[in-house]
Design a binder for this molecule. Sequence first.
Ligand code: BES
Ligand code: MN
Ligand code: ZN
Length: 499
Amino acid sequence: MTTLTFTARKTERIAEQKTSCLVLPLFEGRVLNDELTAVDNACDGMITRSLALGDFSGKSGTKAELTGSAQAKRILLVGCGDSASFDQQAQRKFAATAAKAMAAGKYSDALVSIASLPLDGSDATDLLEMLARQLCLATYVYTETLSKPKDLPALKKVTVNPGSLVSSAKAKTHLAMGQAVGNGANFTRQLVNLPGNVCTPSYLATQARALAKRHSKVSTTVLDEKKMKELGMGSLLSVGNGSDEPSKLIVMEYKGGKAKEAPYALVGKGITFDTGGISLKPGPKMDEMKFDMGGAGAVFGTLQAVADMGLPINVVGVVAAAENMPSGRATKPGDVVTSMSGKTIEILNTDAEGRLVLCDALTYVGRYKPREVVDIATLTGAIIVALGNHASGIFANDDALAQDLVAAGNRADDRAWQLPVWQDYQKQLDSPFADVANIGVGGGNAGSITAACFLARFTEEYRWAHMDIAGTAFSSSPKGATGRPVALLVDYLRQRAGQ
Ligand code: BES
Ligand code: MN
Ligand code: ZN
């Protein structure tokens, strides 16, 4: 993976800076501010002439690349729309448009000036974070299983001129924060994009050990099937029964806070491939079920970002990893298993396997006496019916926690929406043969809520929220992992860390 280098350097003489590409914001109306005028003069009126031709209007989301001067070889103008309405949405659009254009460029370094933008200090730091994050995301290319590598982005080094909006030191700090989020999301994307024959539960365990090697404050423990059997994790283990790949419970501990401080817990669904098991899924698009470890991927990416940022809190990440396959040894509909909590579960549908691995991981994480627990899972197709690809679903036994996650999603531009976990839905999970059934009666009715209701039965001991990311973790066209909801989770943890 390519890594970008970010620097912040304040300059009042932008036209004299040497760079392969000078990136400048431009509002609609063809008015050149002092900065644009100086650059225009340095390149013999190229900007004025281009605007006069009507080639570029400055509309939000558009850009134009011009040949520059001896100092700035290229000039990339990025549209900012109407200067009177440069709100948060327009600022984010500027960052995304600039990042995509730079990532597509044929140059290795670029200089971005945000000095002329009408921003206050906090808008400016947000914009810097967004710019760095978007640059990381835009330069990610999947090459792992291709025999001929694709063209990699040329961009290596990005310098930002913050002008007098914020100090260079502060700008650099926030660029680094945005980069940590972007790199974290890219780590998630990479794991989630890998095919099921590469990214197995054992592969995820190897990645967890590698993360601990990269970060002194992270340590990893992997529980194998023997250990899980001793702990009574009959529910988690039932999912991998039909697979030749051994299931793993992967525990990653980040210690950025005081040794005895209770951790925040993230629990990820890590189904490295979901065939549905004996309740076999239909063939079309089944390949997309390699993305069914998106929750686990988000735990990895978030932990890496938190460690990169050095947040002063403790975080424990637990990944419940298994492969859901049909075979002569696979779990059958009607089978009853005993979970680590002691509760028995009637497995009416082996395709509702995510909740089966999560319930034991959620019971296990209780031993850390966590402050809060958030599980992340590509849990139900029904959440795509409810929210499409725009928002992750949030369910919680604590409304304040749910709303804090929604707020984090809004701040991070990685949105989520709360749905209820009312008692009224719980009776759909009643079973005559076990304490609880793994699917609700009434078929697909409120399928995402009954899934959350199932999990709620295993999370009564602590403050808990569940995120259903089946609609947000990956996209079907173009096919690939999005890295969501790493940005939301990192924002939530930063908020908890007081940063
Ligand atoms: N991994 C799927 C959910 C899913 C569907 C994720 C589409 C991403 C895209 C999950 O294990 C599953 O199969 N859920 C079932 C539950 C049902 C059997 C109650 C579903 O959504 O159909
Ligand atoms: Mn399934
Ligand atoms: Zn699944």
